[in-house]
Design a protein around this ligand. Structure first.
Ligand code: GDP
Length: 365
């Protein structure tokens, strides 16, 4: 399963945020694919479509879909040289599929800042630089090996030499790999390098609890937004402290508290949705009388693979998928009417599953 890693300098609010994630806690019993690991928190994906489908189908139960955040503690300046938890830290980042970078934007004299003052850009650059240096090392090592072959006019080696040189130049200018443009062929080579700075990033601006309503007047948030724009990255504003309070509440209590705060959606819910996008994930639904359920898939998969997410037998014996889009189903008001209107399609093995598809799989056992 794909996972997003939470990174950030010490004392920026990572643990507070991660605790909110585990406290909001999805029950792992529903999600057997999820890892049982203290550094991994399972989150359910908020999706209003699921409530609507539940109203429509009136199933016995409704199950949202979920994915995982991984807490990656311990980055400090010099990590790429083995400072702090150094290499261990970097190897944990290597295993995640996207990065949520928590940045301290709150002021609090009682909470020490590692570099003495709250300076989000300097913080972001400190971490990004460690990742770039680690990648520079990866690329330099590889370059040494490829260079010889390239000199002998080996065609594949020449192609790789180009890619590696381009990356090296970027790293020396302190740019991440994701900022470098490559053609499709080259992208495959880059992928094979498993670089840290190839991973997509979003920034999480952690503001003080009293700043949540008017976060844009927090100068630190503004500079993070400007920085992120250059990195083509999103910014989610949260107050980790408030999130940890929200996480203790359920259902109605949570709604009331959000209303009191004057915010339509918790920062954590926004973060979950944005991270889901960042990971390239999307949702299809199954809607039967027993159960209405959301399922996570990686964008770009075909119907049999989607069926395989429910059970490997569904994929092996796949015949077809009766499919209706969420919008068509809601407009029709029931599966029966959707069928009568010709909105339920029979899709075969080559069908590319779309976000919001409501699917019923037919398979041989
Ligand atoms: P980590 O080292 O990045 O994991 O940071 P922690 O989550 O342990 O937070 C460091 C300290 O900052 C703790 O004392 C938190 O209570 C505090 N903290 C986290 N978020 C906020 C916030 O939004 N406002 C204030 N005032 N303090 C916060």
């Amino acid at each position: 399963a794909l996972t997003a890693g939470i990174v950030g300098l010490p004392n920026v609010g990572k643990s507070t945020l991660f605790n909110a994630i585990t406290q909001a806690g999805a029950e792992s019993a529903n999600y057997p694919f999820c890892t049982i690991d203290p550094n991994v928190g399972i989150v359910e994906v908020p999706d209003t479509r699921l409530q609507k489908l539940t109203e429509l189908v009136k199933p016995k139960k409704t199950i949202p879909t979920a994915f995982e955040f991984t807490d990656i503690a311990g980055i400090v300046k010099g990590a790429s040289k083995g400072e702090g938890l150094g290499n261990q830290f970097l190897s944990h980042i290597r295993q995640v599929d996207a990065i949520c970078h928590v940045v301290r934007c709150f002021q609090d004299e009682n909470i020490t800042h590692v570099s003495g003052k709250v300076d989000p850009i300097s913080d972001i650059e400190t971490i990004n630089l460690e990742l770039i240096l680690a990648d520079l090392e990866t690329v330099s090592k590889r370059l040494q090996r490829v260079e010889k072959l390239a000199k002998q006019k080996d065609k594949e080696a020449l192609a790789e030499f180009d890619v590696l040189s381009k990356l090296k130049d970027a790293f020396e200018e302190e740019k991440p790999a994701r900022a470098v443009e490559f053609n499709e062929e080259q992208q495959k080579l880059v992928k094979g390098l498993h670089l840290l700075t190839s991973k997509s990033v979003l920034y999480v601006a952690n503001v003080g609890e009293d700043e949540l309503l008017d976060a844009d007047s927090n100068e630190n948030v503004q500079v993070v937004k400007d920085f992120a724009e250059k990195d083509e990255a999103k910014v989610i504003v949260v107050s980790a402290k408030v999130e940890s309070e929200i996480a203790e509440l359920d259902g109605e209590e949570k709604e009331e508290f959000l209303q009191e705060l004057g915010i339509p959606e918790s920062g954590l819910d926004q973060l979950i949705k944005a991270t889901y996008q960042l990971l390239g994930l999307a949702t299809y639904f199954t809607a039967g009388e027993q159960e209405v359920r959301a399922w996570t898939f990686k964008k770009g998969i075909k119907a049999p693979q989607a069926a395989g997410i429910i059970h490997s037998d569904f994929e092996k014996g796949f015949i077809r998928a009766e499919t209706v889009s969420y919008d068509d189903l809601v407009e029709a008001g029931s599966m029966q009417v959707a069928k009568e209107k010709g909105k339920v399609r029979l899709e075969g093995k080559e069908y590319l599953v779309k976000d919001g598809d409501v699917m019923h799989f037919r398979f041989n056992v």
